[in-house]
Design a protein around this ligand. Structure first.
Ligand code: CTP
Length: 403
């Protein structure tokens, strides 16, 4: 269910993974796999504590191109303590124990990982995992404050049950949070300063107490677009129909049901945004409700339902668009794609429209790939072949930023 995180456009980037002695150490193997899938090179250092839980061989087997375990390995690796600082784009310490946080805060350099951390001037992320009493200890609090002041990014810890049976803050953050933060650390920051509004998913128009009118949109395309913007440094607000995509904590998610609720949410957020991308499959019509209760068969053999129109959210937002705002719309089509896209671009006052056939295999609703026709305000058009939706999302932002 995390298809919206499957970006694979990080070729040439490298993350150095520091693994410490905590029961959560085994989870770093999954993290390595996830980064490798994104095209990222991964090197690893295991502390002595980590080696009590897990072996370097496991990381090598899963594709780490270099694993350090000891401070003084061999004659031909004399400068291993400096190498990640010279060659990796980010350092991710997971799980980060109280001990390694203390070493990093105080500049100790008496084991390989602390040495590498000290010599690493790039972006550093730590995902702490420890007993809540250790996390709350004044020494740890001071160390974390010092590290945060120096620009080290903390992912978690979360509240919950920890391995020893205690409950409190100290549980390692979910892997997707650590994974996404690592990707963001190595992604370009070309969307920094933008506030992006994204609508996604279907809307549900209630008819009676148990029935509604809707469509099969999964919201995947919008979720990929939101993640791509977040990775590239934008502030992101998502207005989401009834689907459940995971987003990082600092993405603001407004959950809505009906088109009217989506309209109201967009109206309140749009004035403070610089960029909008409207992917939601909004129901153009809503059934006139039967009433508050449940419709009963009561011997009826047929049923007539009357419909009313819903507001066109994108068209309304387009009519309010200022010169400093940019707007992207989608067009779900079954025929005449290019003409329909042109018409919608003009009618809704868009800067860019992404039209996709919803009746082809591998495109549209509930598919992890899409084929699209892209048309911008200046009349430039492109056709993108069948691609993963994450790739399409990345290209949409490239296109908007370059033109
Ligand atoms: N949209 C919207 N509010 C609506 C209908 C559509 O915000 N009530 C947005 C969609 O999110 C999409 C764009 O408008 O970005 C085009 O949606 P689409 O369903 O393709 O087109 P419609 O404008 O509804 O026209 P039609 O159904 O006649 O093709």
């Amino acid at each position: 269910m995390n298809e919206h995180l499957n970006f694979d456009c990080f070729l040439g980037k490298r993350i150095h993974l520091g693994v410490c002695g905590s029961i959560a150490a085994y989870k770093s193997l999954d993290l390595l796999r996830m980064y490798r899938k994104a095209g990222i090179e991964v090197s690893v250092t295991l502390t002595d504590g980590a080696q009590e839980f897990i072996r370097g061989l496991s990381f090598e087997a899963l594709g780490a191109f270099k694993v350090w375990e000891r401070m003084f390995p061999t004659m031909d690796d004399t400068f291993g303590h400096l190498e990640p600082g010279q060659a990796a784009d980010a350092m991710v310490v997971v799980p980060a124990t109280a001990s390694v946080l203390a070493r990093m805060a105080h500049g100790l350099a008496d084991d390989m990982l602390s040495c590498q951390a000290l010599a690493f001037s790039g972006r550093k992320l730590v995902a702490p995992a420890m007993n809540p009493a250790m996390w709350d200890a004044p020494a740890t609090r001071d160390n974390c404050r010092v590290l945060a002041e120096r620009g080290v990014e903390f992912v978690g810890p979360d509240c919950g049950d920890v391995a020893c049976g205690d409950h409190g803050k100290g549980r390692m953050a979910p892997l997707e949070s650590i994974y996404a933060a690592g990707l963001r650390a190595v992604a370009p920051k070309d969307m920094a300063g933008r506030h992006v509004l994204i609508t996604l998913g279907p809307t549900r128009e209630k008819w009676d107490a148990v029935r509604f009118w809707s469509n099969p949109s999964s919201g995947l395309m919008g979720a990929c677009i939101a993640m791509a913007a977040w990775l590239r440094g934008a502030k992101v607000t998502v207005v989401s129909g009834p689907v459940n995509w995971w987003f990082p904590d600092d993405v603001s998610v407004i959950k809505v049901g009906s088109a009217q609720e989506m309209f109201d949410a967009c109206m309140s957020v749009w004035p403070e945004c610089s960029t909008g991308c409207f992917t939601a499959a909004v129901a153009d019509f809503k059934p006139i409700p039967h009433g508050a209760g449940k419709f009963k068969k009561d011997g009826n053999v047929s049923l007539k339902v009357e419909f009313d129109t819903n507001p066109d959210i994108l068209k309304t937002v387009g009519s309010m668009k200022r010169d400093d705002q940019q707007l992207i719309g989608f067009a779900a089509e079954t025929s005449n794609i290019q003409e329909s896209a042109q018409g919608k671009l003009e009618r809704k006052n868009l800067d860019l429209i992404i039209a996709n056939p919803i009746n082809l295999p591998g495109a549209g609703f509930e598919s992890s790939t899409n084929s699209v026709y892209v048309l911008d305000r200046a009349g430039r058009s492109e056709e993108w072949p069948n691609l993963p939706k994450t790739e399409i999302a990345w290209r949409i932002w490239d296109h908007l930023l370059l033109n």
